[in-house]
Design a protein around this ligand. Structure first.
Ligand code: HSE
Length: 435
């Protein structure tokens, strides 16, 4: 590696959005503290962003300006690149490759980049002796990468479960508290700036999938691979399901889960019924949380802000300090990159668990018999079943929970339900997460 100067760490920062401006604010506002903790001064030499004239609330006068962020990798003075451009490919990837190839430390908050190219970049970093760090890529200000890669290194991990997307948790919280429909809360969240103008990545679970793939690599040594990660978002969550969840003793949360099972390592992203007493059920609004179970340590819980200027920049600066202290020491994924095994997905049909199913049916004699017969044919055992009221059109909800079964049996049961003449709309199914 082109050793970071023993006298100072010299930075090039690519991307001056909310997080980039936050990094500049911390490094300038806490310069002495950071230097003491890093063991050397940390100096910003150059910056790059799309718009030079935008007011970001920071003074850029003392920094060199690069129109093309990739060119910063060729600046001989710079020994650490901070990438806050975003996107799995394009300039972010080009900058990562250029910096690492030259042996420069590379610190990023870019989950899509790491979830897509993580193994290749980690391998290149070991080859050139460059440091690679991405604490801010998962759960913003929560130091979950360091917790998994370092603090829990003694343990065989059993399961990692996380609320990893603040936008979804905010929407679900307001749906529950105010009894509102998903679309109404989303529109309001966009108006208030909580949700992006294009919220697809958040609400369809893609952002959570990127983060979950990275956690799978840290926890289980599996190459990050979002292509094979079953992903469902929260678009189809109805207020009535949130009400039934409460009645049954659960709260609906969008989870990213990585779990050791008899079939292999299960990785999944979906809304789930979480028992009301579980730590994750009580994480509200835009807060993120991760619960890790290791064989020796037991359960550990991490809660904090998963997004926003201060928390995300805090994680980026922690990585910068880490590089100053340790250089390229340690492995980006807590394991030698050549040991990252290809991720062979466990098909979701093999998932074993308990399930919530809601049906809208015609309320007439024989309906319960038809429903229970369909369950019996697929060997699915009912844990509870309830029916409430009757609508003017004769439709009524039947809600049931099952004992543990395999998801393939649930899929077949749902197919049977859909074919029943008494069933008025596509059944709703939610997995119940066992803690
Ligand atoms: N958009 C994400 C969230 C934050 O809503 O939590 C960045 O990953």
């Amino acid at each position: 590696m082109e050793e970071p100067s023993k006298r100072e760490l010299v930075l090039g920062i690519a991307g001056l959005g909310t997080v980039g401006a936050g990094v500049v604010k911390i490094l300038t506002g806490h310069a002495d503290l950071i230097a003491a903790r890093a063991g050397m001064p940390v100096r910003i030499k150059a910056v790059s962003a799309r718009d030079r004239s935008r007011d970001r609330g920071i003074d850029l006068a003392g920094y060199d300006w690069y129109d093309n962020p990739v060119d910063m990798a060729s600046d001989p003075e710079i020994n650490l690149i901070v990438e806050l451009v975003g996107g799995s490919d394009g300039p972010a990837l080009a900058l990562a490759k250029a910096a690492i190839e030259k042996g420069k430390a590379f610190v990023t908050a870019n989950k899509a980049l790491i979830a897509t190219h993580g193994k290749a970049l980690a391998t290149a970093a070991v080859g050139s002796g460059a440091a690679l760090r991405f604490e801010a890529a998962v759960a913003g200000g929560i130091p979950i990468i360091k917790a998994l890669g370092e603090g829990l290194a003694a343990n065989e991990i059993k399961v990692v479960r996380g609320i990893l997307n603040g936008t979804c948790n905010y929407i679900l919280t307001r749906m529950e508290r105010e009894g509102l429909a998903f679309a109404d809360v989303l529109a309001d969240a966009q108006r208030l700036g909580y949700a992006e103008a294009d919220p697809t990545f958040d609400i369809d679970g893609i952002d959570t999938a990127h983060k979950t793939a990275i956690l799978a690599a840290l926890a289980f040594g599996k190459e990050p691979n979002i292509a094979s990660l079953p992903t469902e978002g929260i678009r189809n969550i109805a207020p009535v399901d949130i009400e039934y969840a409460k009645e049954l003793g659960y709260r609906i949360k969008l989870l990213g889960v990585v779990q050791r099972t008899d079939e292999g390592i299960e990785t999944r992203v979906h809304p789930a019924m979480v028992p009301a007493g579980a730590a994750l059920a009580n994480v509200m609004n835009a807060t993120n949380a991760v619960v890790v179970e290791g064989d020796f340590v037991g359960q550990t819980v991490y809660v904090g802000a998963g997004a926003g200027q201060g928390p995300t920049a805090s994680a980026v600066v922690a990585d910068i300090v880490d590089v100053a202290r340790c250089g390229a020491g340690g492995f980006a994924f807590g394991i030698a990159p050549e040991s990252l095994a290809p991720y062979v997905p466990v098909p979701v049909e093999k998932h074993r668990g308990t399930y919530y199913i809601r049906l809208r049916v015609n309320d007439r004699p024989g309906v319960m018999a038809d429903i229970t017969a369909a369950l019996a044919k697929e060997q699915v055992s009912i844990e509870s079943m309830l029916q409430r009221g009757r609508a003017a059109d004769g439709g009524v909800y039947i809600v049931l929970t099952t004992h543990e079964t395999v998801e393939a049996a649930i899929s077949s049961t749902l197919n049977r339900f859909t074919k029943l003449e008494c069933v008025l709309e596509t059944p709703t199914m939610l997995r119940i997460e066992a803690f």
